[in-house]
Design a protein around this ligand. Sequence first.
Ligand SMILES: [Zn+2]
Ligand SMILES: [Zn+2]
Length: 267
Amino acid sequence: MTDRIIFLGTGGGRIVLANQFAATGGFVIQTEGKQIWIDPGPGALVRAKQFGVRPKNTDIIYVSHHHLDHANDLNALIDVMTLGGIYKKGILISTPTTIDGTGDDGPILLKYYRKFLDEVHVVKTGDIVNMKNLRFTATPIQHDVEYGSGLKLETPKFTLSYVGNSAPIIDELAKAHLGADILIMDVLKPGNQKWKTHFCTQDAIDLTQKVKPQLSVLTHFGAKMIRENPVYEAREVQKQTNIRTIAAQDGMRIDLEGFKNVQKKAT
Ligand SMILES: [Zn+2]
Ligand SMILES: [Zn+2]
């Protein structure tokens, strides 16, 4: 299996979700013989069919927080993975709110589906889940939720960081994602349109400059971002940082083979 990322969605925010101006199925990483699904939002299964991903081959699900544009199709995905519970299988990593519910919020995971999974890991910021040669670290975010996290995924071949939904707490994020070869950022707003719970393009420039990945990827676009055209916004990030930057597109695949030969620093 070729190592790659497949985007099953690049949309974020209420308007884009409601109108499906961009899809909201999250993204899939295939590496080390595993299929890892990050944030299966609304339409995840439909987009998988559309873009040639087999949901039943999923091994690990990571849900960054319980907002529906990230978590809505979690139970549906577990149903497919386990053939309605016939084959107990799979690992879920997510927040206390998504898995157990906290305060008035959640859970998203239905009790019925929890028992179909092999392992359930409740993680808070800073927690690490090790699985053979994969290491999942829940990274900090500042968002309008009590519990939520980004992800740093370390593999023998590359380190992939997903910043998640966050205000631009740039220093903290830079520290958490240092060493990332691929830096995926949720950029809801274009230009310098600062927002209290999300990134704008300027924030992506600031974080890229500090983390210095081999590749920056912008995704999770809001309506204004889509109107401004994310491709132009990505070009601006690349121009300002001299780091290769692309705007994700629905169905886009990134081949991770090219990242294999880079010598990783010992951690
Ligand atoms: Zn979101
Ligand atoms: Zn959110």
